[in-house]
Structure formats: C-alpha cells, structure tokens
Design a protein around this ligand. Structure first.
Ligand code: MLC
Ligand code: AMP
Length: 517
C-alpha cells in the first residue's frame, strides 16, 4: 500500500534527525522557548492529525481548506491531509473574509481550519457550506498549542495507515488569481509535487546535512512545495521563521547552509549593512524565484557576498520549470534551463509553432510537473493547454545564445509585488463599483522594495472624488497587499483605436510613483 506523495517524500528519512528548529521569542510578558522537531515527530504528528481528520469525517478526495498563521503544525496538517487521502487547500492569511468565502464556495471543503481568532467570523459561512470548522493557531507557550486541531484530549494515536493514493490522484489545490477577476483553483497531483521536489533536491544538491533558512509563507508553491518538500525529500533540517525580517534572518543565517526567497528578500538584505561577506561566507546556496530578479541585484549580491544567486522559474500551475545550474554559470537575468523531463518551448502565441532561438514568444511547458487542470473550470483548462499537451504559461521569453531561458515579459495582465501575484482586473472590478468612480485601470510600476507596486488610475464622476476615502472603502474587500498603494485621478484613460486601455502609456506616465527620493 503506497501513498505516492507522503511515502515518496519521507522515503529515506532518518527518524532521529532534526527536521526543524523553531526559534523562540521573548516579549515583555512571556517567553516562548526554541522548539526542535525531529523526523520522528513528523511521522507522529502527521499521524495524529490524519486520525483527527478522519474522525472529523474526511474521506479520500475531500478538500481541507486552511487559513492559519505559519507554523510547523501547518506543514504537519498538509502531510496529514495527504496521508488521509485528502486535498490540501492553503489560503493566504491576508485574504479577507469575502475572498475566503469565494474559495470555500468554489472548493466546498469538508473541513476548514482557520486561525482561532477568526472562528466566530467564519462560523456562519462554514455552517452554510457544510464544512466542519476547526482552528489552529501558533505555539503560545512551552506546552500550549492554540486551536481545536491540536487539542490532545483524548490523545490521538501516533499510528495511521496512510491511505493509498496513486500518482495521478489530487494532493492539493492552490488558487491563482484570474485574468478575468475570478480565481482559479490549480489542481496538483501527487506526482506533480513528488517529481518536482525530487528533481530540485537532486539538482540543487540538497543532502541531510543542509539547514534551510525558511522565511517564506507556506500557503504558496514557493514556501510549501519548493522549500518544505525539498527539505523533506532530502531529509535536511529547516530553521523555520514566521516570516521574512532582516533582524531574524541575519541572526540565523550563520547556522544555515541554504536560503530560498523572492527578490525582495535579497534587495532587503543588500540594503542592510549587517549583511556582509563574512555573514554569508559559509552559505552553500541562495535561491531566488517567484518574480524577476534584476540583473543588477544579482551582480550587487555577488559583489557583496562572493556568492551567485541561483535563479529559477516556476508557477503555481507547474511547480518549477527551469533553473540555473548548480555547477556552472548562473547567468544574471536568466532563469536557466528546463528541468530534466520538463519540456519548455518558446512559441508563436497564436499558432503554437516553436520559434527559432533568440526570438521572443510564449513560454509553454509540458512535463510531470504540470497540473491537471483548474477545479470546476474545464473551459478555462482547455483554453490554457494546446492540443499537444503544452500549458501556455502567459509568460513571454526567449532562449539566449547560450541556451539560457530569459523571461522578457508577460502576455497576461499581471502584477507581481513582493512575490505575490495580483491581477489588475480583480482590483478594477472593485474600484469600478465605488460610487464616485466612472472607470479605473490598475497597473504595476517599479517599486524599490516589492519590485512592482500597485497603482490605481481613476476617472471620477466629479471633482469631489477623494482617493483616501476610496481606499478606505475597499480596505475590507480585498487583501491588503493587492490594494493600490496610490490612486491617481485623471479625466479619461488613454485608449487605442480598438477602445482598449493603453496600460503601457499609464505605466510610463506613473513610473516614478514609488521612485526613491
Ligand atoms: C506585504 N505588503 C505588501 C506585500 N507584502 N504589499 C505589496 N506586496 C507584497 N508582497 C504590505 C502589507 O499589506 C502591509 O501594508 C505592509 O506591506 C507591511 O506588511 P508586512 O506583512 O509587515 O510585510 P512584510 O512582512 O515585510 O512582507 C513582505 C514580504 C512578503 C516580501 C516579506 O510579501 C513575502 O513573504 N512575500 C513572498 C511571497 C511568496 O512567497 N510568493 C511565492 C508565490 S509562489 P500596510 O499598508 O498595511 O502597511 C510562485 C511560484 C514560484 O510565485 O515561482 O515560486
Ligand atoms: P504564481 O502564479 O504565483 O505561481 O506566479 C507565477 C508567475 O511568477 C510566473 O508565471 C512568472 O510570471 C513569475 N515568475 C516566477 N519565477 C520567476 C522568475 N524567476 N523570473 C520572472 N518571473 C517569475
């Protein structure tokens, strides 16, 4: 009997080795001690939680939606869901109640695990949808877990016979924002996740001896499926931080060997004088992805530390597609080569014909990493796959003279801010609904910290329009990171002869919005 993903990830582990160190914190009124987790704990706690899920009524194929603060227990809940044959559905902790309602209505989970602080707010919704509402919070004191999922009365058994799951069975659904405003649930199979983590661990030469500094959120591909799965499959250890803060990263870097991050992590470190060559000298590997790493950041990083960041390229729908080499030239401004067994083509966007080397075209991907479709959206799935099985990424790229893939832009109207995807259409629909607004356009312009920052351009009904009041009005409708950081007011939007808003003109006009003084 085999659970493809769980058994595959945990195959070669040594139970006594450390899986994670969760550094303690001290505040004025309490101290939380540093905690250590072994691989034996991974087996035991994931078994306890799997038993719990089954008692709650989970049957194979059921979705377990989760919006909880980052914790090692959330990773255990992911593994428990997989062991019990369920489908893990993590949600960004920044999503508002109305955004969460959409995901739950669409995915109809059997169980929804939320932050204990949000339980009251979600109880009606969970009841209406017939989902069991459970809670999971952060570690509160040496012996206190917060939340119903971790209550130990009566204690759950540490043995659980993992439910048999085949490579093509679903393991997770991750929602990506949609170009039309509606988010789509990307369905990922056991094999999608296992094959990708196996390949990455091997290519990036992860071993049991590694210590990964984990400062990413774990509700997205990067922090969950790349960082955590690669750690599990290589049997290495993690220093598990609640988020990215320079002080913590600088404190813990000396005991790590590798770090994965979005470009903002690296620009923030470079902006900190404490981040020196000495501090980084023992590090084996710095990896960047989820957003473009500027060539200048790559070069400045090397000048400061003597290390070259390894940039790779992926998507929620595909996990990782390409990587720069571990041994060999890591070329700034490129995302390297297709992973083994993954085909990446640069194609003519309309015909799908492969273009000659050097020409810019649509990046299309096929391989064991590529998802099996969007939840409940067969038409959208069909639209984004070619007949030959290639997935149309929405990114534009080319192959350079040395065979490295470069991402040169996007055919999808997408903003990537600090590694989070934001689809302008979703924000425009919300702005357009405001009383004083005739129409709006949302664009991303250069931002010194987040790479791109969200800017709204508004055509108001009259001169009484107040941008501050408008921003306040949308504040509980969408996650904070998606909200425009600035609203510009104009008489009309620039349009081409077809009537389409010319966002390139707006991006040029407002490019200095976040310029450093
Ligand atoms: C936070 N804020 C952001 C933001 N993150 N605004 C725009 N873009 C972001 N990414 C806003 C908050 O709303 C808040 O606004 C203010 O910034 C401070 O919030 P914070 O929580 O203190 O921010 P901080 O902890 O500094 O977070 C920044 C960050 C974080 C860069 C560390 O965003 C992050 O961890 N990003 C990683 C995202 C990621 O993992 N992406 C992978 C996707 S998977 P205010 O106004 O209230 O002050 C993927 C596939 C692949 O893409 O290839 O990997
Ligand atoms: P998401 O849907 O959140 O998984 O984001 C995927 C998108 O992030 C891709 O389609 C790319 O546009 C972008 N992306 C990921 N990695 C890189 C990278 N290294 N360079 C440029 N863009 C990237």
């Amino acid at each position: 009997m085999k659970n493809h993903l769980f058994d595959g990830l945990l195959e070669g582990i040594s139970p006594d080795r450390q899986f994670a160190k969760i550094p303690g914190t001290r505040s004025a009124d309490r101290e939380i001690k540093t905690r250590y987790y072994t691989y034996q704990h991974v087996l035991d706690v994931s078994a306890k939680l799997a038993n719990r899920l089954v008692k709650l009524g989970l049957v194979p194929g059921d979705r377990v939606a989760v919006q909880v603060p980052k914790s090692i227990e959330m990773i255990m809940l992911y593994l428990a869901t997989v062991r019990a044959g369920g489908v893990f559905l993590p949600l960004n902790t920044a999503y508002t109640a109305s955004e969460v309602a959409y995901f739950l209505e669409d995915a109809t989970p059997a169980i929804f695990v939320c932050d204990p602080n949000d339980a009251d707010a979600y109880s009606d919704l969970a009841q209406r949808l017939g989902a069991k509402l459970e809670t999971m919070g952060v570690w509160q004191a040496p012996d206190i877990f917060a939340g119903t999922m971790l209550e130990e009365q009566p204690p759950e058994s540490t043995s659980f016979d993992s439910v048999e799951r085949a490579p093509d069975d679903l393991a997770a659904i991750l929602y990506t924002s949609g170009t039309t405003g509606r988010s789509k649930g990307a369905m990922l199979t056991h094999e999608n996740l296992l094959s990708n983590s196996r390949t990455l661990a091997q290519l990036w030469q992860f071993t049991k001896k590694d210590v990964l500094l984990h400062a990413l959120p774990i509700f997205h591909t990067h922090g969950l499926f790349v960082a955590s799965n690669v750690s599990l499959i290589s049997g290495c250890s993690m220093i598990f931080l609640p988020g990215f803060h320079n002080d913590d990263v600088i404190e813990h870097l000396p005991t790590a060997t590798a770090m994965m991050g979005v470009p903002t992590f690296y620009t923030r470190l470079l902006g900190d004088a404490r981040f020196t060559r000495k501090l980084a000298q023992h590090m084996r590997l710095f990896i960047s992805g989820s957003a473009p790493l500027l060539a200048e950041t790559h070069i400045e990083f090397e000048q400061r530390t003597g290390k070259r960041i390894l940039e790779r390229y992926g998507m929620t729908e595909t996990n990782m597609n390409t990587t720069n080499p571990y041994d060999g030239e890591r070329k700034a401004g490129t995302v390297g080569f297709a992973l083994p067994n993954v085909e990446v083509n640069i194609c003519d966007p309309s015909s799908g014909e492969i273009l000659p080397q050097g020409e810019i075209g649509s990046i299309e991907v096929k391989g064991p990493n590529v998802f099996c479709g969007y939840w409940n959206m067969p038409e959208k799935t069909a639209e984004e796959f070619r007949e030959n099985g290639f997935f149309i990424s929405g990114d534009l790229g080319k192959v350079d003279e040395d065979g490295y893939i470069q991402i040169v832009g996007r055919s999808k109207d997408l903003i990537i801010s600090g590694g989070y995807n934001i689809y302008p259409k979703e924000i425009e629909l919300i702005l357009d609904e405001l009383d004083g607004v005739v129409e709006s356009a949302v664009i991303g312009v250069s931002h010194p910290d987040f790479g791109e920052g969200v800017v709204g351009v508004i055509v108001p009904r009259d001169s009484g329009f107040d941008p501050k009041a408008a921003l306040a009005e949308i504040s509980d409708k969408i996650a904070r990171f998606k909200q425009p950081k600035v609203l510009h007011v104009v008489d009309s939007l620039p349009r081409n002869t077809m009537g389409k808003v010319q966002k390139n003109i707006l991006r040029e006009t407002y490019k200095e919005t976040f310029a450093k003084n």
